[in-house]
Design a protein around this ligand. Sequence first.
Ligand SMILES: Cc1cc2nc3c(=O)[nH]c(=O)nc-3n(C[C@H](O)[C@H](O)[C@H](O)COP(=O)(O)O)c2cc1C
Length: 223
Amino acid sequence: MKRRELLAALAAGAMTQVSTGQAQESPAKYTNEIALPKPKVSGTVSLEDAIQRRRSVRRFRSDPLPVETIGQLLWAGQGITSPDGKRAAPSAGALYALELYMVTAAEVMHYVPQGHRAQTRATPDMRPRLQALALGQASVGAAPALIVVAADPGRLTQRYGARASVYSDLEAGHAAQNLLLQAVALGLVAVPVGAVDGPQAAQALGLPSGQSVVYVIPVGLPV
Ligand SMILES: Cc1cc2nc3c(=O)[nH]c(=O)nc-3n(C[C@H](O)[C@H](O)[C@H](O)COP(=O)(O)O)c2cc1C
């Protein structure tokens, strides 16, 4: 689908994004766990420079991302940055409604902020399926890695009632912006894709019940 057609489809309501999805009853099991390399807390690109340079870019080189880069991106989104467990992105009531996943050609990773770890499982290439669930957007199929931002608004309903899904979407926006700026600082390019069928994508990835995909962020080296 061309970009103009995509925008027309969105305007016509082809994609109704809902935050409260039903992922499948029995979530996919991870078979391995890895400790991610310690994240860097200083770099060579200033925050101002990263803000100035951030652009949505939809074409990528096919080079896979090294594990240091994957770990750094996940840390920027949801890493623990304080001894009391608080994280890189703000969270309503510090209830942490988000889960981050990294999808590559060969595996799905689930980020575990505690201990900066990832649960992994080998999979067939999930990118074409996610591309189909994102109105066929080429960026989703083309990137060497997709960061999936999923939210479970149910974690917020007891405290925030009807505001829960708004708050979990806002939290996803905060985490996504961190990820996008971190990508710039690492010399990568990315685009936040919101036009994705969140419940279906959650199902395709075998996410636990209650989680829905809010954003898919294709990321890679620039062409
Ligand atoms: C909520 C949201 C949803 C978006 N969804 C998509 C999308 O589905 N596909 C896409 O290519 N870009 C998407 N974008 C990126 C916008 O197209 C992009 O931010 C806008 O064109 C401005 O360009 P810039 O990001 O380079 O500043 C989305 C951005 C936001 C904030």
